[in-house]
Write a protein that binds this ligand. Sequence first.
Ligand code: UGA
Length: 438
Amino acid sequence: MHVAMIGAGYVGLVSGACFSDFGHSVTCVDSDARKIDALRIGRIPIFEPGLSELVASNVAASRLSFTSDLALALQEADVVFIAVGTPSRRGDGHADLSYVFQAAREIAHAIRHYTVVVTKSTVPVGTGDEVERIIRDTRPSAEFAVVSNPEFLREGAAIADFKRPDRILVGSEDERAKQVMTELYRPLYLNQSPILFTSRRTAELTKYAANAFLATKVTFINEIADLCEQVGGDVQDVARGIGLDKRIGSKFLHAGPGYGGSCFPKDTLALIKTAQDHGSPIRIVETVAAVNDQRKRAMARKVIQALGGSVRGKTIGVLGLTFKPNTDDMRDAPSISIIAALQDGGAVIKAHDPEGVEQAKMVLENVTYVDTPYRAAEDADALVIVTEWDAFRALDLQRIHTMMAQPVVIDLRNIYRPAEMRALGFRYHSVGRGLAEA
Ligand code: UGA
């Protein structure tokens, strides 16, 4: 099949590369000509494990190409995906749909034959109706159907998530479009990934419900972690204890510094707004968003307490800046608020991140970047683990102990064991492991 992918950002690039790897012929379109030029010479604008190899092999096999000419990409396309950004609109938290609608207008002009137009961008309920209206108004004679097909790709694991999804969700009431989508996803279907057909509005809402539910799960365990610290419990055992119950499930129960990234913060906010606009507020998600916001600053207070109530003039080493490992994405990363609060308290920050430094430089100020975890620990009064990169899981702790000005470690991802850290002579603090730290 011929596929056009509008938007060569994170979702578009991963999805386009994976579809081409299945044997479809894919053209990725982006209005940013510099991005297209870079992609053509094999330069990938984001860090995602396996993506650059996947792009290179499919380009070499002539199944994947890049252009800024949308009309050209649509010439033969059976399916065109809209995979452009839907950032939070300044001021009100609603999703900004201007890129989606612009893509719809351009598609309307370019359509040559029956084409399935698929929104992959995360869009509020009813956006598919608007996309359909825009195309119809712009080009009344166009033959097309608009489908919702949300993505469930985690950054850092996006290729595996695409190729082995828990489910494929297709929202459409159009039989012909459903057949096209079934054909497109046949390679996955053969791998027994369930394909779920719903109405278009249901699919749009399901995407938000999924992210809001996962954000709720994370926030729930974070609050249980706080309680563990007060009553003397171990949140990891609680998570195991509840996670083995199949009705609850063990995933997304890792307590930490609060969720961040390009999706949960933005999507929870957009769902809250949609629900309020329709007079059907989702109070639980409103609370989740508020609790998560406060949590990041609370983590900075934890560091300040670990240093006896003040960080003025203290040097703090930070390990991990990105919102999660295996990405260079700094969007809404907890490190941003934590570092800002520590700097407000007078701390000097040295930081190390395996991939995120270039992005971090755009959002953080007055931070010294060092190229190894050990240099972050050198002469530091405290070492704070903010992101659980694998490279931080087996550090030479004895070496770190001798390098630090004070052996204080605040492990916000619980990657070390309290008893072992204490045996090594550290003053060790983690998240929700009350008894172990008592
Ligand atoms: C999330 C969803 O997991 C994807 O299914 C979805 O497609 C994507 O958003 C999207 O809408 O595009 P992502 O933002 O890449 O993916 O990252 P997650 O792995 O979901 O993590 C989100 C945040 O929650 C991170 O800050 C992470 O550190 C935090 N988290 C996650 C925890 O603190 N504890 C956990 O147990 C799990």
